[in-house]
Every structure is written in C-alpha cells, then in structure tokens.
Design a protein around this ligand. Structure first.
Ligand SMILES: [Fe+2]
Ligand SMILES: [Fe+2]
Length: 217
C-alpha cells in the first residue's frame, strides 16, 4: 500500500461514522487511545506498524452490532468481518487483511483462542491498558453512572451484586475484572505499564474506602 498515511485517514473516518452515537466507554475516543497505546507498545516490541495501525483503528468497529444484538453477537468477530470487507474494498492485499483480521478477532479473548501474532498481542495489551489506571477508573465510574449505580459500596455488596444493578459499582468492576488485568498482559512493556496502573487502582480504592469510613465517623 503506497500512501498508508492517507489510507489511515480514510479508515479513521470510516470508524468515526461506524461508532457515531456509541457510548459507555467504547466510542471513538477509546479507539484513538488504544491506537496511541498500540503505537507506543510497537515502538518497544517491534511488529508491523501498518497492521498494528489498521487493526487498532478498526478493533471495535463491531461494537454497535454487539449493542444492537444485546450481546448476542461478539463485536470482535463481527468487527473482523466488517474490517475485512472495508479493507478489501480499499484495495489492501489478502495477506494484510488476514493479519488485521487475526488481531481484531483475538483482541477480546477470555478463555478461547489467544492472540498469536506479535501484532495481535500488541493490540490486546493496548486495549487492556485503556481499561485500567486513571483512564480505566474513569471509564468504570462513567459506565456505572450511566447504568444508575451508586458511587461506592462495600466489598460484600459489590461481590454479591447483579450486573447493571444499583450495586454494580466501579468498585465491583475493579474487584471482579480490572484488578486481574495486569496478570493477563502479553507483552513485556504492556505488563510493566499494567503493573503501575494496577497499583494506582489498588491505592485509589484503599484511599476511597478509608475516606468513606472516616466520613461516617
Ligand atoms: Fe473490543
Ligand atoms: Fe476496545
């Protein structure tokens, strides 16, 4: 692909249109943060920058479909299909598309198939880094607020809570998911950053618990 910078502008416009109106932390802002994280990780890990750039920009393009289906379809799978169709229309070659599709399909893995290529591991870590630290906490509070949850609760209340309930707080998100993210990182620089952000979240909730107890005295 000759003028990749111009193609990236087109991809960004395409993603912007696809994600218009998508809220709750999976909007274009999230995509652009993940894109920057991915480029920063690639500087240290290597990898094919064009594959990483296109995959990062397109990684959540299937989010609106997942929302519309109320979770019945997986945005990573449907998004990989949307990305493949778009890139083929723009004239990208089959091998490039195959590599980007692999990154997007695997960026959400939990128990299933893990990212195999370096580019896919970088995208996975770049996406995870946006879910922890100050940004991750901000997103967790934004999401809880949008769902009508309270500001904070006890560990017992949080762990007993149902999803999307009044007790489904940012603290619950931290206890159940975010505190475990640092152990899941796949690249060395990603792991180092995740450890720093993990400590930030631990300190934040320790102080929050202290402040709330103090205020109750
Ligand atoms: Fe995603
Ligand atoms: Fe994402």
């Amino acid at each position: 692909m000759q003028d990749f910078a111009r193609e990236m502008k087109n991809i960004r416009q395409f993603v912007k249109r696809k994600l218009a109106g998508n809220r709750c932390g999976h909007d274009l802002d999230h995509t652009l943060r993940v894109y920057k994280n991915a480029l920063a990780l690639a500087e240290q890990c290597g990898g094919n920058i064009e594959i990483i750039s296109a995959a990062a920009m397109l990684h959540d393009v299937g989010r609106p479909e997942e929302s519309r289906s109320r979770g019945a379809v997986c945005h990573a799978i449907v998004g990989a299909g949307i990305a493949a169709e778009y890139l083929a229309k723009r004239g990208f070659d089959k091998e490039f598309i195959r590599c980007v599709v692999h990154c997007i399909e695997r960026h959400r893995f939990r128990r299933g198939e893990a990212p195999e290529s370096l580019e896919a591991k970088i995208l996975f870590d770049a996406d995870k880094l946006d879910s922890i630290g100050p940004v991750g906490l901000g997103r967790a509070f934004l999401f809880a607020g949008n769902s009508g949850a309270r500001l904070h609760n006890s560990k017992q209340e949080a762990l007993a809570a149902e999803e999307y309930s009044y007790q489904d707080t940012a603290y619950r998100e931290y206890l159940v998911k975010l505190s475990k993210v640092p152990q899941r990182m796949l690249t060395e620089p990603g792991r180092k950053l995740a450890e720093k952000y993990g400590k930030f979240m631990d300190d934040f909730f320790r102080e929050m618990n202290l402040q709330i107890k103090c205020n109750l005295k």
